[in-house]
Design a protein around this ligand. Structure first.
Ligand SMILES: NC(=O)c1ccc[n+]([C@@H]2O[C@H](COP(=O)([O-])OP(=O)(O)OC[C@H]3O[C@@H](n4cnc5c(N)ncnc54)[C@H](O)[C@@H]3O)[C@@H](O)[C@H]2O)c1
Length: 362
């Protein structure tokens, strides 16, 4: 088992990473001082696969367990679902010290985190992420939220978990598309923070894709460590945490233009490549580095071309991105593998030119 400590003063916590950790959850929770009762929030797929193992681990450590189920899908990240959960929690809660365990992907993590942050003005949160994206990214850093109308993730809080348990064996049941989605985030960490990690992914991608335990543990561990370091520097997202948005300016535009038919990881992959091309156009990033990125994205099973959407719509959507200021777009641009910078000075005409040229090539 590997461990990453997220150092945030009195809100510090550990991320435990390794195979078979789910069945040790009860013991781990006792070690950090919990006893008595707890609540699990999960979705039907994850409940069927892992609900019993978790329940058994907890009851054999003496916990009384309430399991609450939420249907699958992004639309469940809503105030309505949170309201239903508050209602279901009422009879069970006698103490604010009773923790909520989020067992699932990013949807369950964000929703349960929001409920934990707000119910009784805050009850302890434990994250047990079950998708690669959730293990590498969404379970770490304390951003919890629900959507409201068109406002995605806009109703929320910074609320750190007390413990994150990433059991890598759980990833074996993930559909291939969801694995690629998570890989996009691992590649992102390599580009924004750690060139050696990028090389590790290049060299071990086949093992990672075939879920070799050592390789998967390594990428979850190194990604978690990078995310923890970024969050430690800027817990409340006032500056440096923005580098985590690498690939997201164009990525978000692609998601919205495609009515969210293009998956998040796919959109981010295209966005990362677009930002690398812009950086190359500005003579900042070497062409060879753009090609390295393109190769690794393709090998991860992610797209390297703008999908057959009308380019005009994409450019229009980008212009509505909240990061746009007077014809200039905010971008996180790579200088090399492992180093990026944030700029508000990229001209939308340059972006358009890069996208048009790229579209013509493909
Ligand atoms: N809080 C943050 O910092 C942060 C960061 C990135 C993304 N997010 C959020 O994360 C969400 C996306 O999360 P996601 O990609 O994990 O998707 P998800 O939570 O929707 O899960 C995808 C599907 O995979 C299934 N699943 C989960 N684990 C499984 C397993 N081990 N085996 C088989 N099936 C499994 C789920 O039932 C679900 O149907 C979005 O809402 C996004 O906004 C949050």
């Amino acid at each position: 088992m590997k461990k990453v400590r997220v150092r945030l003063g009195s809100n510090s916590y550990d991320i435990l990473i390794g195979p078979g950790l789910l069945m040790r959850t009860g013991v781990k929770l006792k070690e950090i001082g919990f006893s008595d009762k707890l609540v699990i929030i999960t979705d039907p797929t994850v409940k069927n696969l892992y609900g019993n193992t978790l329940k058994q681990s907890l009851t054999s450590s003496g916990f009384e367990v309430l399991l609450l189920e939420v249907p699958e899908g992004e639309e469940q990240k809503s105030l309505e679902t949170a309201g239903r959960l508050y209602h279901e929690l009422t009879d069970f809660y006698t103490e604010r010290t009773t923790p909520i365990i989020a067992l699932g992907g990013g949807v369950i993590g964000d929703l349960s985190g929001f409920v934990a942050a707000t119910y009784l003005r805050g009850v302890p949160l434990i994250q047990i992420p079950t998708t690669l994206l959730a293990q590498l990214d969404s379970s770490i850093g304390g951003k919890v939220a629900v959507n409201h109308g068109l406002l995605k993730n806009k109703i929320g809080a910074f609320y750190q978990p007390r413990l994150v348990i990433s059991d890598i064996t759980i990833l074996e049941t993930l559909p291939a598309g969801d694995l690629s989605d998570g890989l996009a985030e691992a590649i992102k960490y390599g580009v924004i923070w750690d060139g050696e990690f990028f090389t590790y992914i290049e060299e071990n991608l086949d093992q990672i894709k075939s879920l070799d335990a050592r390789a998967v543990e390594t990428i979850v561990f190194r990604s978690a460590k990078i995310k923890a370091e970024v969050v430690e520097k800027d817990e409340r997202d006032f500056g440096q945490r923005n580098i985590l948005n690498y690939g997201h300016t164009i990525g978000h535009a692609i998601e919205s233009v495609s009515d969210f038919k293009v998956q998040h990881g796919e959109a981010v992959a295209i966005g990362m490549l677009a930002a690398a091309r812009i950086s190359n156009k500005l003579d900042i990033l070497d062409e060879n580095e753009v090609n390295r990125l393109k190769k690794v994205i393709a090998r991860a099973g992610l797209p390297t071309q703008i999908p057959t959407l009308q380019l005009e719509r994409l450019i229009q959507a980008m212009k509505h991105d909240k990061k746009i200021l007077q014809g200039k777009i905010r971008f996180v641009l790579p200088k090399s593998m492992g180093e990026v910078f944030i700029t508000d000075e990229v001209n939308s005409s340059l972006v358009e030119q890069v996208l048009v040229e790229w579209n013509e090539q493909t």
